[in-house]
Design a protein around this ligand. Structure first.
Ligand code: 13P
Length: 262
């Protein structure tokens, strides 16, 4: 039984205009209601250019704001990049690092994800570090090895004091946007091994407290079974987070697990 508070993220990826993002944020707040926000951490990840606008919509309410990426340098000649301080200034408390689309579409290396992860944690942001294997890696039996390599590269040098500002998202790449979901048992096995690696890197207390989200085609129909697994502490949601009602229903699935705190 876990007493970790569930955490649900809505990663909007490269979708929404500014007006659409504000409308969606407002609709999410309404659909979730006070109850959902009390029982889980809920974070929205709009595109960079909508962050300040969505921050205005969310105000001081219970739904938090995060960015989909960040650069590790604090300022200077890095055309197109955004610093940790700029995100905080926009009202962000969270940031994603190492999302599979950054790794595999944009070409970010394990080392770059590590630089970003450490810089964001040092700046006081809460990092959701994404890890996960490609289909060919899964078929070659390398799921745990890939997750472990990505975790070790991203978390090198971080101690247990970083744990309160860290969440892991396990997102098998073959399950993202494909409609294919890992079975709850397969996802649980990967999460349990991730938690073991966190223990080796940061100590037992940290590994028990750090939340591990599952991501990859989570929908209202499959969320409860996934979130019912002992090492799955919520989800990072792509497509279904663009529909306020679907996203709210996924948040409710995380809250209705009887093992969760109220
Ligand atoms: P989907 O929910 O669309 O599969 O996306 C998952 C994801 O990549 C969230 O970061």
């Amino acid at each position: 039984m876990s007493d970790r508070r569930p955490i649900i993220g809505g990663n909007w990826k490269m979708n929404t205009t500014l007006a659409g993002a504000r409308d969606l944020a407002q609709a999410v707040v309404q659909a979730i209601g006070q109850d959902g926000a009390r029982q889980a951490d809920v974070v929205l990840f709009p595109p960079f250019v909508s962050l300040a606008g969505v921050a205005g919509t969310l105000g001081d309410g219970p739904v938090a704001l995060g960015a989909q990426d960040v650069y590790h340098e604090s300022d200077g000649a890095f055309t197109g990049e955004i610093s940790c301080a700029m995100l905080a200034d926009c009202g962000c408390g969270y940031v994603l690092t190492g999302h599979s689309e950054r790794r595999h579409v944009i070409g970010e290396s394990d080392d770059l994800v590590g630089l970003k992860t450490r810089a964001a944690i040092a700046s006081g942001l809460h990092v959701i570090l994404c890890v996960g294997e490609l289909l060919e890696e899964r078929e070659a039996g390398q799921t745990d090895a890939v997750n472990e390599r990505q975790l070790r590269a991203a978390l090198a040098g971080l101690g247990p004091d970083a744990a309160p500002r860290l969440t892991i998202a396990y997102e098998p790449v073959w399950a993202i946007g494909t409609g294919k979901t890992a079975t709850p048992a397969d996802a649980q096995a990967a999460h349990a091994r991730i938690r073991q690696v966190l223990g080796e890197l940061m100590g037992d207390a940290a590994s028990t407290s750090i939340r591990i989200q599952y991501g990859g085609s989570v929908k209202p129909a499959n969320a409860a079974e996934l979130f019912g697994q002992p090492d799955i502490d919520g989800g990072l949601i792509g497509g279904a987070s663009l529909k306020a009602e679907d996203f709210a229903s996924i948040v409710r699935a995380a809250c209705s697990d009887p093992a969760r705190p109220r």
